[in-house]
Design a protein around this ligand. Structure first.
Ligand code: ADP
Ligand code: MG
Length: 596
């Protein structure tokens, strides 16, 4: 699975968009019938819902079974306020958006506590409540009779014709698509892809999970509300029957068919879902069987949906060129100012297991320090404490003079700490370059709206970040792999990509968890050189490592952990020749040291 990075092909993309829009705009004229116009408008409306749902469920992995209810809220908001309160459509529309965005924020709340499927059930409950209100709250909704006679929007003193409404919806669809596309290829979209399976990594680059989820829900819900608003003026009569209980499931089916987490998934899904049944009108009774069969085939042969399958075919015939040096050299080389690290009598227990017991360690800015010790001695736990993934049970940690007590992983990452993981964590759907760009998440200042609208400042920032990411990719020797899907590169290179991602965040403190594990001998040499190059940048480095030779070559100081305690610490020469250390841990083997 992978998504191509579109930057650099912008003009071609806009040209394609323009061509598609032109085609769609004249479509009703080609078919001439009222029905084609009706169908086209309907497709546009449903596309808006699918687009938002794809952002939330496809990209963010937050399965919602309540989007049908959001559409209903949008539709009823416009219908009631224009019919019963004679509000203009242009005032009713923002009202509908605000209401649905608010409902989306409410829906998001349980998502912070529940696992995916429990949460999906909660959204289903939400949809049922709204469905019940539509029929029971008669004073507001007119019950089963619904709201009749919703007027068409008035523009320049004239009510829009059905044709003009179609064009308005079409233009809105294009705008919404471009907005979502800009988001998807920004730091927001990259982090969103990690929300479901890679939340540890997402926090590690300084992205708040709560904030990300909230943003995804609000945008997604507002798009559903927008669709609802158009539905009201398109149909002119809105009744509870327009929002059957399975409407939400149906939208989910659309994006699964089209391709979850694929840019064109919503578009392909909506088109196929609406046009194919019309072509198969005679087979109406067989519809569910055909859908079910198609879905089954899809899961077997194209698990990433139709859009995913089309992307794969497209990529086989069009391989994007690797970025050239001109791109890379555009980025200035930054010196990083290292942070001091002061660890005092830190302890950590997991139930009955004492993972760390009064561990202390003091590092000057710019130091390169190794942590060694047998498996289970607490090395990874120490990194997890420093980077804020676990709270301390005792002792204190200061980074750059600031006590981290009470700070979570996101805040600590934002203060300039980056790490790699013992098992590399890359986002499989993204290419290597975009994985590296994710490392700069907390450095980017452009907001969601600026990114979505593609404002010049946001675009300039994105270009700068890309150049920087390319720069660090070259630094670790992965430049040629920039456009490869992260899931395609070998294990050793995944570790290097993680290091590049960490460096893009220009960390004052860099934590490397067993970067040499599983590397070949020649890769080991490269890593050794790389770490000494990193040290020259100025950052403070803590490296968990088993290769004693590597440690002796790179580090001026080393701490040996055993059973959560500090067994020894000092220069590699002193520590590795210490009889007690050798006896306890290294099987009395002395290591030649070639430091200096
Ligand atoms: P190392 O990285 O040195 O191999 P770890 O820090 O991963 O060791 O583990 C130290 C000890 O803490 C082990 O006994 C491990 O089982 C335990 N431990 C680590 N993380 C957890 C956790 N999240 N829950 C329970 N026990 C843990
Ligand atoms: Mg470990």
């Amino acid at each position: 699975m992978s998504a191509a990075h579109p930057s650099g092909h912008r003009s071609g993309f806009m040209l394609r968009c323009a061509a598609v829009m032109l085609l769609l705009a004249v479509l009703p004229a080609l078919f001439k019938g009222e029905f084609a116009l009706f169908l086209g408008t309907q497709i546009g409306i449903y596309f808006l819902v699918a687009l938002g749902l794809n952002l939330l469920s496809g990209y963010g992995g937050q399965i919602s079974l309540g989007h049908g209810a959001l559409v209903a809220i949008g539709a009823y908001a416009v219908a009631i306020s224009t019919v019963d309160y004679q509000l203009s459509f242009w005032l009713a529309l923002p009202l509908a958006l605000a209401l649905t965005a608010g409902a989306g924020a409410l829906m998001a709340l349980p998502a912070f506590r529940l696992s995916t499927w429990y949460f999906a059930l909660v959204t289903l409950g939400f949809a049922n409540v709204i469905g019940g209100l539509l029929t029971e709250w008669r004073g507001l909704t007119h019950g089963f009779a619904g709201v009749v006679g919703v007027p068409k929007p008035v523009l320049f003193g004239h009510a829009l014709s059905q044709n003009q409404l179609y064009w308005l919806i079409l233009a809105t669809c294009l705008g919404a698509f471009l907005f979502v596309r800009n988001l998807v290829f920004s730091r927001f979209g990259r982090a969103l892809l990690g929300l479901h399976d890679n939340s540890v990594l997402v926090q590690g680059v300084g992205a708040s999970l709560v904030r990300l989820k909230m943003q995804a829900f609000v945008i997604s819900a507002a798009l559903a509300g927008l669709a609802g608003a158009f539905m009201a003026v398109h149909k002119t009569v809105i009744t509870p029957d327009d929002f059957p209980a399975d409407l939400s499931t149906f939208f989910l089916l659309v994006i699964v068919l089209g391709g979850m987490g694929r840019l064109y998934g919503a578009l392909v899904g909506t088109l196929v879902f609406f046009i194919v049944p019309e072509l198969l009108a005679e087979l109406h009774d067989w519809r569910l069987l055909i859908y079910g069969g198609a879905l089954l085939l899809l899961i077997l042969f194209a698990p990433s949906g139709l859009a995913g399958w089309m992307e794969t075919v497209w990529k086989r015939s069009f391989i994007p060129p690797a970025p050239d040096d001109a791109d890379v050299l555009a980025a200035p080389m930054h010196r990083i100012s290292g942070a001091a690290l002061e660890i005092a009598a830190v302890s950590k227990r997991f139930g009955g297991v004492v993972a760390l017991n009064e561990v202390s360690l003091s590092l000057q800015p710019g130091a390169v320090h190794a942590i060694v010790g047998p498996n289970g001695s607490g090395k990874t736990t120490l990194l997890n404490l420093i980077s804020g993934y676990y709270p301390l049970d005792g002792g204190s940690v200061q980074i750059g003079g600031t006590d981290i007590a009470g700070l979570d992983a996101v805040r600590i990452a934002r203060s300039g700490v980056r790490r790699t993981f013992q098992t590399p964590k890359l986002i499989a759907e993204l290419d290597v370059l975009q994985n590296v760009m994710l490392g700069a998440f907390s450095d980017e200042s452009a907001g969601l709206v600026a990114i979505g609208l593609g404002l010049p400042a946001a675009r300039r920032e994105a270009r700068e970040r890309r150049a920087e990411a390319l720069h660090y990719l070259r630094f670790v020797g992965l430049q040629k792999r920039a456009n490869d899907p992260a899931s395609d590169i070998p294990h050793g290179q995944q570790r290097l990509a993680e290091i590049a991602r960490a460096l893009v965040g220009r960390p004052g403190l860099l934590l490397l968890d067993e970067p040499a594990a599983g590397l070949s001998l020649s890769e080991l040499d490269g890593l050794s050189q790389l770490v000494s190059e990193i040290a020259k940048l100025g950052t403070t480095v803590v490296i968990v490592e088993h290769h004693l030779e590597l440690v002796a070559n790179l580090c001026r100081s080393v701490t040996v952990l055993e059973g959560g305690r500090v067994l020894a610490s000092g220069t590699p020469e002193a520590v590795f020749n210490d009889e007690a250390v050798m006896a306890a841990y290294m099987g009395k083997r002395s290591v030649p040291t070639s430091h200096d």
